[in-house]
Design a binder for this molecule. Sequence first.
Ligand SMILES: C[S@@+](CC[C@H](N)C(=O)[O-])C[C@H]1O[C@@H](n2cnc3c(N)ncnc32)[C@H](O)[C@@H]1O
Length: 247
Amino acid sequence: METYVSQSFDKNYAAAWSSDQGGFSYNLAQNLMEYINKNKKPVKTALDICCGTGEFLYQLSRFGIVGAGTEVAKSMIDYSQEKYPNMKFTLTKEIYDFPTKGKYDLVSCNHDMVNMIEKLSNWKELFVNAYKSLNKGGMFVFDFYTKKKLENWDEVIFEESDTMDHVKSIKKGMDNKTIMKEIYYMKNDEGFYKKTFDIIVESYFENKEILNTLNAAGFKNVQFCDFSLSPVANAEERNRVHVIAIK
Ligand SMILES: C[S@@+](CC[C@H](N)C(=O)[O-])C[C@H]1O[C@@H](n2cnc3c(N)ncnc32)[C@H](O)[C@@H]1O
């Protein structure tokens, strides 16, 4: 994966992606802080798995949370390390395979990164590593596209911004896979475009299987939530589910 991801991305891509977040990390961090304050969770440290350009960690740092990140793309690490020299970023071979030496109050893995993990056994590896990395009472927060969303997704999306135009075509793949082909046209300072692409394979599982896998990894207190991190009763009806799992 690393070879492929490294070939597709460079620092220009990281910069374009960073400015094209659409407020996702900003709003999610706000919602998380509301949850933390409401539930009196003493969160001082965070580890963000596959942290991209470090946006989410940056948003957390505004609330005094000290962050570290892992990434599978070296270009993203280079970009984030330069932008946030005080944070520690670690390159990992796989999303789910990261060092568990540190103990954190929060482990996060946002933006359907888990769907990029093909096998449920490797989702379990991620969950086990997250569990091991947490202090007692710590929170593991992640989101995933549900089977309901991915199994019928057939769409071409075009998004335009000041820095990057983005064409995304999404089709059902084999078995429990959905294929996303993305082409990015990034504008440089002289107004020229540079083209890069990505092919992402996302896998889906039943919500129940995901819950059982979290339980098997040690998480007994698990809530399925919406983007505002309020619990939802109808997770089966949803396209994306945010999970809060407490150690
Ligand atoms: C959508 S960002 C998410 C980053 C971060 N979690 C966030 O919320 O901003 C995309 C990340 O997915 C990883 N990625 C992109 N294409 C991939 C692929 N084809 N296979 C596996 N990982 C990929 C990259 O390392 C990149 O950091």
